[in-house]
Design a protein around this ligand. Structure first.
Ligand code: SF4
Ligand code: SF4
Length: 144
């Protein structure tokens, strides 16, 4: 995900096409995604940052929104606090993964310039996308 900013969502929900739904790209349909090449993130609208992002407790610590003590004690309690603070939208007790909150359709950490505002601290899944994701090696790239 976006150099200067983007990362890797791993789950999809019902959503819209990109900025103008151009190029036949539909973010919720990985079959329409294009092959990713190094450098593609430059000038991209960052559709990958509109996909729900699942993160670990370690990711939350790296983001600076959770302490080591919190992560080591009750993840349910941690989730409750971060949901209340608008950082998370939900928690999956069975997998131990949290889902970042979204602002409208965007990740809360996506800036107005459509670059990640926490790039150095971004979650692991963001670092790995699109190597991993709904369609490995492909992404919903579209120009801004
Ligand atoms: S943290 Fe959010 S804005 Fe940053 S790369 Fe991940 S999905 Fe994109
Ligand atoms: S959709 Fe693809 S090209 Fe665009 S920012 Fe995300 S990973 Fe980069």
């Amino acid at each position: 995900m976006k150099n200067s900013g983007r990362a890797a969502p791993i789950r999809l929900s019902d959503r819209f096409d990109g900025p103008k739904g151009v190029d036949g790209i539909a973010i919720d349909r990985p079959s329409t995604w294009q092959k990713y090449h190094s450098g593609d993130c430059k000038g991209c609208w960052g559709g990958c940052c509109t996909l729900p992002v699942e993160v670990s407790a370690f990711d939350l610590m790296r983001l600076g929104v959770a302490t080591e003590d919190e992560a080591a004690s009750s993840q349910k309690k941690l989730a409750k606090r971060l949901i209340k603070e608008g950082v998370l939208q939900r928690y999956h007790p069975t997998t131990g993964l949290f889902v970042l909150e979204q602002r409208g359709r965007d990740c809360i950490y996506l800036g107005k310039d459509r670059l990640c505002t926490v790039y150095e601290k971004r979650p692991e899944v963001c670092r790995q996308f699109p190597k991993i994701g709904p369609r490995p090696g492909f992404c919903p790239k579209q120009r801004k």
